[in-house]
Design a protein around this ligand. Structure first.
Ligand code: FBP
Length: 555
């Protein structure tokens, strides 16, 4: 395989571990902290997790390793969307496991959770691991979105674990995958299998975080990659001075990615879904909000700008959610076939008008034709609207265009409004991990092994104090049940890890809110440039502004 000069150089990078993990495996002792409670619904969660609920918080320290020696055979899976640094979680896990005992074994189950069911695996060797150190992607073993959640699946996993003599399974995933890791851990404990389950917090979306987990890995690199691209576009916009760029950024539901990119690049507009929901904003009021900035900038002769739109925005707009719910109802069951059999858009439109409530149809009617059609044509296997496929960048550009036409007719706006559209998602999910993600991920993996060696089950690998240099990071573990509450999912009450949405009283949003009116009218763009791997620490080891602000750091 041909290797690029950068990849070759990154092979030589030594990820930084937290200070207490640096003295070698024999010099890591454990400090058992307080017993834990779930964030809410304590009685219900306790009843559902009788064997793994209430366990103690764990912190590692420098000192004599007091764990009981045993041969470890560990299985690892990557679950869900790719996030930069996954390869380093595996290499950190591998290095700790082999440093503890050369006879220990690490098996990678391929293609995500289904690899465990299908018993499709590879045994890692030095040579294999070395080809993936400090690289982006999940291609080392692949990933997948199969959910491990049924009793039947757990039985198969137990058989596979028995066959290989697995002592532990490490699940690298987001909130859903780690919720399932907690359920699997409980199953393993309840059935006395002796198999431990440890999770690692992954997702570029940044929505797996809480008072214990300061950041999910991949968020740092992905947002830096998008911010570089957005900064480049801002500079182009400011050079040519003729386009408004509407940029949609990934983030299936929470708007952390959009917010971080806005903090990094200071665009004219950034929508935050959580705020839209809190203020119950309508499509029309959002379009007016953007059009106001366009109009004010035009009055200064600036017929250009940049607007960031989070991928999940439409689900936060109350009237749009209502419309989607009605469409899902309208096409339930055999109605989809009836709809599909209609010969043209005119008859389909009549069917829609007939089937929707007047309120929902009023929302549908103002949408541009391409969005109306996307709502009916792009459906998931359950027949539901695929919200993530809606081109919200184009939707808002079109709605703003309509507003500006009306203002032009009224004589209040005299500018020009040319638009360009972008969607940044896949560009960042497999980027070469930043130093932060290289270090954080390696530490998460190394630390996961320490939790295994000390016999813990149902824990999330926890590395904290992340806004400080790695030397000062803390390493330990937190029972996953501590992060859980009961939520309604598909008509059922389920124990789940609470998803972290953007907090409107949190420091990152407050900072944005304090500056956005100025950014909307002035050209206050900042150009972050590309991720740096070589050079001074203040450039190469930068954390996200979200993390810095959340930790009370001065910017
Ligand atoms: P995870 O939550 O699994 O980490 O996925 C993150 C993400 O990149 C979202 O931002 C995006 O909406 C989604 O995955 C897209 O996934 P896919 O490519 O499987 O459709």
């Amino acid at each position: 395989m041909k290797v690029s000069p950068l990849q070759n150089a990154r092979y030589g990078y030594t990820p930084k571990l937290p200070g207490m993990l640096r003295g070698g495996i024999s010099q890591i002792s454990v400090k058992v902290g307080a017993a834990t409670e779930s964030v809410a619904d304590q009685d219900k969660i306790k009843a559902l997790f009788p064997n793994t609920y209430g366990n103690n918080e764990i912190t590692f320290e420098k000192g004599t390793n007091t764990s009981t020696p045993k041969k470890q055979v560990v299985g690892v899976i990557l679950s869900g969307g790719q996030a930069p640094g996954g390869h380093n979680v595996i290499s950190g896990l591998y290095d700790a496991l082999k440093a503890s005992d050369k006879n220990n074994v690490l098996l990678g189950f391929k293609g995500g959770p289904s690899g465990l069911i299908d018993d499709d695996f590879v045994e890692f060797t030095d040579e294999f691991i070395d080809a993936y150190r400090n690289t982006g992607g999940f291609d080392i073993i692949g990933s997948g979105r199969t959910k491990l959640e049924t009793e039947e699946q757990f039985k198969i996993v137990t058989e596979v674990a028995k066959k290989h003599g697995l002592t532990a399974i490490v699940i690298i995933g987001g909130d859903d995958s780690n919720t399932n890791a907690a359920v699997l851990a409980e199953y393993m404990a309840a059935h006395n299998t002796g198999v431990q389950v440890i999770g690692c917090p992954k997702t570029i979306d940044g929505d797996l975080k809480n008072e214990d987990i300061e950041a999910s890995f991949g968020f740092d690199t992905a947002t830096k990659t998008y911010s570089e691209l957005i900064g480049n576009i801002e500079r182009d916009a400011n050079s040519a001075k003729k386009y408004w760029h509407f940029i949609k950024v990934m983030g299936r539901s929470a708007s952390h990615v959009a917010l971080e990119c806005a903090l990094e690049t200071q665009p004219n507009i950034c929508l935050i879904g959580e705020e839209v929901a809190a203020k119950k904003m309508s499509l029309s009021s959002i379009a007016d909000y953007i059009a106001d900035a366009v109009e004010k900038r035009a009055a200064n002769g600036d017929n250009f700008g940049v607007a960031i739109i989070p991928e999940g925005i439409v689900e936060f707009i109350p009237e749009f959610s209502m419309l989607i719910a009605e469409i899902n109802e309208l096409l339930a069951g055999s109605k989809t076939d009836e709809f599909n059999a209609l010969p043209d858009w005119k008859s389909k439109f009549a069917f829609i008008k007939e089937g929707l409530s007047a309120e929902a149809f009023a929302v549908f009617e103002i949408l541009p034709r391409f969005v109306q059609q996307q709502l009916f044509l792009e459906r998931d296997p359950h027949g539901n609207v695929q919200v993530s496929l809606i081109e919200s960048d184009k939707l808002f550009a079109a709605l703003v265009g309509d507003k500006l036409e009306a203002r032009k007719a009224a004589g209040t706006y005299k500018g020009k409004f040319g638009t360009q559209h972008h969607f940044f998602g896949y560009e960042g999910r497999c980027a070469f991990p930043s130093n932060f993600d290289s270090d954080y991920c390696y530490s998460l993996g190394y630390n996961a092994f320490m939790l295994i060696q000390y016999g813990y089950n149902g824990y999330l690998s926890k590395v904290s104090n992340l806004s400080k240099p790695a030397e000062e990071w803390n390493a330990g573990g937190m029972p996953i049940t501590k992060m859980m509450n009961i939520e309604r999912r598909n008509g059922e009450d389920k124990p789940v890890i609470r998803k972290a949405l953007v907090e409107l009283d949190g420091a990152p949003f407050k900072y944005f809110e304090a500056h956005r009116d100025e950014w909307a009218v002035e050209t206050a763009f900042t150009y972050p440039g590309s991720i740096q791997y070589f050079g001074p620490s203040e450039v190469c080891d930068l954390t996200t502004m979200t993390l810095a602000l959340e930790k009370g750091e001065k910017l």
